[in-house]
Write a protein that binds this ligand. Sequence first.
Ligand code: GRF
Length: 194
Amino acid sequence: MIRIGILGSGRGSNCRAILQSIRDGKLNAKATVVISDVLDAPILEIAREFGVANAYLPPGHFRTRLEPKVEAQLVKMLQDAEVELVVLAGFMRVLKEQMLAAFPRRIVNIHPSLLPKFPGLEAWKQALAANEKWTGVTVHYVDEKIDHGDIIAQRRIPVMSDDTPESLHARIQEVEHVLYPEALERVFRKLRGS
Ligand code: GRF
C-alpha cells in the first residue's frame, strides 16, 4: 500500500477518480492528504466527501509558483502525512527545487495532450488551433520544466471535425479518469520493487 498526497487547484475530477479507484479496491494506495492552493477549490470538498485529511495552503504573492517559505511548508505537510508519492491533479503552480529535492522521481502529473506536444495551459485548445487529428492524455514524472519529464503513460484521443473546445475537453477528461489510476498502479509497482 503506497501513501499518496494529492495536490490540486480546481474541480478535482481526477482526484475523485483516484479516490474512487482506491475505494473500489482497484488501486492499492491510501490518500493521506489532499492539499490545495485555492481556498474554495472543489477538490477540498471531494477530499472531505471521501474522508481524506485536507488543507488549504495560502500560496503567497507569486502567481505561478509558491513562495519559497510556502513550498517548505508544503514539503513538511506532505512529510508529516508520510506521503511516498505526490500526485498532481490540476495543481496550477510550478513546483521548484525544494519539492523536487524532497520527492525525487516521486511527483507525477497528468496533462491533457500528447506531450511533448502542447505543454502549458488549455492544451486541448492548442490542439484544435493546430488542426490536429489526434490529441490525448499524458501521465509523467515531474521535473524542473513545465509539463515535462519521463512519460509513464499516454493515450491517444481523436479530434472530431465538429469538436468544440468544450466537447474535446470533456472527452479528454473521461480518458484522464481511467488513465491516471492505471498509470499510478504502474508507478506503485515500481516503488514497491525499489
Ligand atoms: C486536468 O485536465 C489535467 O489534465 C490538468 O488539469 C486538469 C485538472 O482537472 N493538469 P480536475 O481538477 O482533475 O477536474
